[in-house]
Design a binder for this molecule. Sequence first.
Ligand code: G2I
Length: 477
Amino acid sequence: MNHVRARGSGRLTTAPRLRAALVSIATGAVALGATVAVASSASAGTTLATSAAEQGRYFGTAVAANKLSDSAYVGILNREFNMVTPENEMKWDATEPAQGQFSYTSADRIVSHAQANGMRIRGHALAWHSQQPGWAQNLSGSALRSAMVSHVSQVAGHYQGKIYAWDVVNEAFADGGSGARRDSNLQRTGNDWIEVAFRTARAADPGAKLCYNDYNTDGQNAKSNAVYAMVQDFRSRGVPIDCVGFQSHFNSASPVPSDYQANLQRFANLGVDVQITELDIEGSGSTQADNYTRVTRACLAVTRCTGISVWGIRDTDSWRASGTPLLFDGNGNKKPAYTATLDALNAGGSTTPPTTAPPTTTPPTTPPPTTAPPTTPPPSGGGCTASVSLQSWTGGFVATVRVSAGPAGLKGWTVGLTLPSGATVTNTWNAQNTGTSGSVAFRNLSYNGTVGAGGSTEFGFQGTGVGPTALPSCAAA
Ligand code: G2I
């Protein structure tokens, strides 16, 4: 059975047919053989990026565009990291300094650098009470709401297809025990501003994971409980949210919480990815190193923790440089915290080797039964299967379709889907559709037709009306 890990596997409490559609739908099943248990062995990664990749994670950093001319900085960046977050360049004040006039030069420099060096990009941040341009600070009510929607749509649209995950909304909850939303001009436009931002971002860049990002939510407390309740509510109502970012700015006054891992896990259990988005830990030496170890281990222990980003490269690059919170010193030398992080990545997650000897079994003395080869033709579908996961809301949906190759692999594929009456495809990515209602066919593009044996690829589409509930068909080209 296909396992759909894509967004949209969240619970819907509306119509049963929608609920049914959330279950992975597969057809044309091809037996893929026995599951192979992969034991994770000790590895010898020598950089943060490669060691994290061996654990199925990324390792990222905040990047400042004006440092891309510093060769020492770029040398470390290119060697150690495979995800970048523009530290300030994608914020509202940077990207829309005058209303309706967009300025992408600095952010584009970072995006180009990342793309040229095989790094992915976390977008930061579309809607935030802070670092708003002056003109937005002076707006309120529906004028501000429209300006926010336009901003989210324009910026996410500009970077459509280039962003791994967007911090759609940043820091929207109050500190302390109230569990309330933070008061801000955005909050005063109405409590639904957050979900409106997420829906707008999804429409503008359906392929990006959409995250809520905050600080002081790293352990279980009133603030993180409030975020948790929001994410749970969004998932139940089909508001498109895929991930939660935990900034993880730590120091002695705000240490790594004892329930850090448990807190990541409870969010992951809501069906979202979790990411450590702005990690820095003030201090030095082995104390700092131990804290980095704890954070790294916590992420590795949570399957849906997809990666870790630190908030800068060298201590001198940090927004709080005097606290020396990063992995490299001002001269670019690796600190004990670096070695501890790398070691924790290389040690992997819950891979403690068994201490008991494996049971010794006497080999069977009778020959194994010989089974005749199956006489039934392989299931239809020409060597591929397709499964759909849906993100639905009243009046619309986003469908993510996973195409999985059978044992022969694929050189091209076509997925057929029947849409319920009244549904229309408005936007497709990573595939070309023929038809927009009724029976719709989706064909691979030039870059994703070839899929190795047992491998898979994803495409998606957005539509109005109710999303598909019928089984998709899949055929190899
Ligand atoms: O404050 C740490 C981070 C907390 N979470 C959200 C992040 O976006 C935030 O990043 C920091 C940047 O690291 C700073 O670099 O956000 C600050 C602003 O809220 C950034 O500081 C700003 C200064 O306030 C500006 O005066 C300066 O022009 O950096 C700008 C560019 O250097």
